[in-house]
Structure formats: structure tokens, C-alpha cells
Design a protein around this ligand. Structure first.
Ligand code: GCU
Length: 347
């Protein structure tokens, strides 16, 4: 094997999924608030002739009632017309925009995919303020316990509420709803996939450190750097591992593996050194055994690092290395679609 994994990488052999999730939640992302017991959608606007009349667009306010209180946020639903059993992506986006530079909505429609999109800062701001949005409802005094979740956990909570809503939309194929996000939202998408088995696949686009990339041996961003700059993405406990990656009782291959039993996908970009594409690849390699132990294909890859442009789509862990830099490109989306369609055809 020419792909060297860090020698002190915690093994996933004979692990239980729950054990991996507990470690990831207690030590890295924090424990999420309880899921809502009721999710309902109120229409804000509709466009029946969206994108040259190819699709129906509806903007809704998603109202979530939970034991800790009530929270609403906007979601855009786009459904191709004249189709049923439609596969869909829940896209956690950086902007309140459809289409958007990170979401080529018309191409997704042309490929027969619906989208449910929300803007992450409509859930809670991307900073250390825990008094606004969902954070303000969950943490009324703005203060967290050491293992309470940070912003990634709150954005993930919202994506799962969107899944609750998606499952009520008759046109959608309930077995084929995936979640996707880029960078910090790729980290979020992987956590969503690990926590929620209703998804078909979780797509991590260029998520890097504390996402798809192994922390041990990472060449650029480290736990020290990320917790110094973005401490609010994680729980307080995570800071313990700044410059002490060797003490982590897990690594990010646990997050990829915890996506079992559904599919998971790691996308990297060749000119994205900060996300340490090698660490992302190694994490996919290290997660593979968890799937294989359960009798299904894990990460099917050659015995070497990937070449620019390659796709590895044969296993339940999908992968590609795109040319270009840190971006959620149309090309990433098209490769995701190719992966999903190939898997669907095979079943
Ligand atoms: C920063 C951060 C990364 C993150 C990225 C993003 O660069 O250090 O970890 O993935 O922002 O979300 O755009």
C-alpha cells in the first residue's frame, strides 16, 4: 500500500457506530439540541414558471417546534415539473439565493433533481454570538456547556429539520434525498449524514480540517489553527486537542465511517492546499474498512494518491479530485449526480 496512514490513527476495526458518534459529539462538534417534534411549512412566495418554466419554486418559512422552544427559517424548494419520484439535494448554502454561484439550479433541474436550500446564517450567525437565531432559542443566556454544540451542530440540526419537511413532499423520492455543503458547510453535511440515516448520501465539498480531512498529519490547517479562529463552530472540549492531535480518541475517518449505512462522498480540489487534499483522501481510505466489515464496498480506489480529474465512484464512499481551487463548482455537482445515478441504476 503506497498510501501511508498516520501510524497512531485510532482504528475503526470492531467499532460500533454509536461509540464513534458519541466521541465526535462529546469531543468535537458538541451534542445537538433535541430534534423538533413538529415541522411545518408556510408559503412565502411561489413561482410556477421558474427557470424557463422547467420547475416550480416555492419559498417557505420552516417552523420547528421543539421541547426547548420554537424556531423558523426560510427554505427554497425547487421541483422539476412533470416528474415524480424525484431525487433531491438538501443544500446548506452560504447565501440566501437560488440559483447561486454555488448552486447551478437550472442544471440540477435539467438533470432531474429537486433542491431544498437554506442559508446557514439564517439559522445562526457564523461567529461566537450564541444569542441569535436558533442559538438564542437553544442557549437563552448565550452560554454553552463544554459539550454543547457549536454552530456546525446548529446548522446540522436545521438540515435535519429540512429533511423532515422534504419527507412530506409527495413528488420527491424519499429514498433518494442527499445533503451537500461546501467547506465549513461540507463539515456540516458530513455531520448531518452521520447523525441521520434517512439520507441517501452526504456530500462533503472541499471540507478539509475537522471535516473530511484527517487531523493527524494534516499539512496546513490544524486543530490549533481552526479552534483559534473558529472556536464557535465546535464544542469547547475540542480546544483540548489544539497541538495535541495525538490525544484525539478518534480522527475524521470516524465521521466518514459513521455515515454508514448510507453513501458518503468526499470531493477535493487540486489547488486547495489549505484543505489538505491528501488528508481527505487518507481519511476516505481509513474509513473504508467500516463499510467492508459490514459486507458492502467501502472506498474503492487504486493503491496510490489520486490524479487530478479522477473520480472513484465504485464503492459506497465516493470521491473525486477536481482541477481548480476552493469552490463549489458546477463540475462538483455534475460528478455528484453521476455518482448517484450510477448507484441508482445498479440497484
Ligand atoms: C476557513 C477555515 C476552513 C473552512 C473554510 C470555509 O478557511 O479555516 O476550515 O473550511 O474557512 O468554510 O470556507
Amino acid at each position: 500500500m503506497t498510501i501511508n496512514l498516520p501510524p497512531d490513527l485510532p482504528s475503526i476495526a470492531n467499532r460500533k457506530k454509536q461509540e464513534m458518534l458519541d466521541l465526535l459529539l462529546e469531543e468535537e462538534y458538541g451534542c445537538l439540541p433535541p430534534r423538533p417534534y413538529l415541522v411545518s411549512a408556510e408559503t412565502v412566495k411561489t413561482d410556477k414558471k421558474f427557470c424557463a418554466g422547467k420547475a416550480f419554486l416555492e419559498k417557505v418559512m420552516l417552523n420547528c417546534k421543539a421541547d426547548f422552544g420554537e424556531f423558523s427559517f426560510p427554505v427554497y424548494l425547487v421541483i422539476p415539473r412533470n416528474a415524480d419520484k424525484i431525487p433531491a439535494f438538501i443544500h446548506i448554502n452560504f447565501r440566501d439565493l437560488v440559483p447561486d454561484k454555488y448552486q447551478p439550479t437550472e442544471e440540477l433541474i435539467d438533470a432531474g433533481f429537486a433542491t431544498l436550500t437554506f442559508c446557514y446564517t439564517d439559522v445562526s450567525s457564523d461567529d461566537g454570538d450564541f444569542t441569535n437565531g436558533l442559538a438564542g432559542v437553544v442557549y437563552p443566556d448565550g452560554v454553552r456547556k463544554r459539550d454543547d454544540c457549536g454552530k456546525i451542530g446548529l446548522w446540522a440540526w436545521a438540515a435535519m429539520a429540512v429533511m423532515d419537511y422534504a419527507l412530506t413532499i409527495p413528488e420527491l423520492d424519499k429514498e433518494r434525498i442527499s445533503v451537500a455543503g461546501h467547506s465549513r458547510l461540507g463539515k456540516t453535511a458530513l455531520l448531518v449524514g452521520a447523525l441521520d440515516e434517512r439520507f441517501d448520501c452526504a456530500f462533503s465539498n472541499d471540507s478539509g480540517c475537522s471535516g473530511a480531512g484527517l487531523s493527524r498529519g494534516s499539512e496546513k490547517e490544524t486543530v490549533q489553527k481552526i479552534t483559534a479562529k473558529f472556536p464557535f463552530w465546535f464544542c469547547e472540549n475540542y480546544k483540548k486537542y489544539a497541538d495535541r492531535e495525538d490525544l484525539l480518541p478518534f480522527d475524521q475517518h470516524f465521521l466518514i465511517a459513521a455515515n454508514y449505512p448510507h453513501k458518503v462522498y468526499v470531493a477535493s480540489a487540486a489547488e486547495d492546499p489549505y484543505a489538505c487534499t491528501k488528508s481527505e483522501y487518507r481519511a476516505a481510505v481509513a474509513a473504508s474498512g467500516f463499510f467492508e466489515e459490514r459486507g458492502v464496498l467501502g472506498f474503492v480506489h487504486p493503491d496510490r494518491l489520486p490524479l487530478i480529474g479522477e473520480n472513484f465512484h465504485n464503492g459506497n464512499i465516493g470521491y473525486h479530485l477536481r482541477a481548480g481551487n476552493h469552490y463549489f463548482s458546477r463540475e462538483d455537482w455534475l460528478r455528484y449526480i453521476a455518482f448517484l445515478n450510477a448507484k441508482h441504476k445498479a440497484t
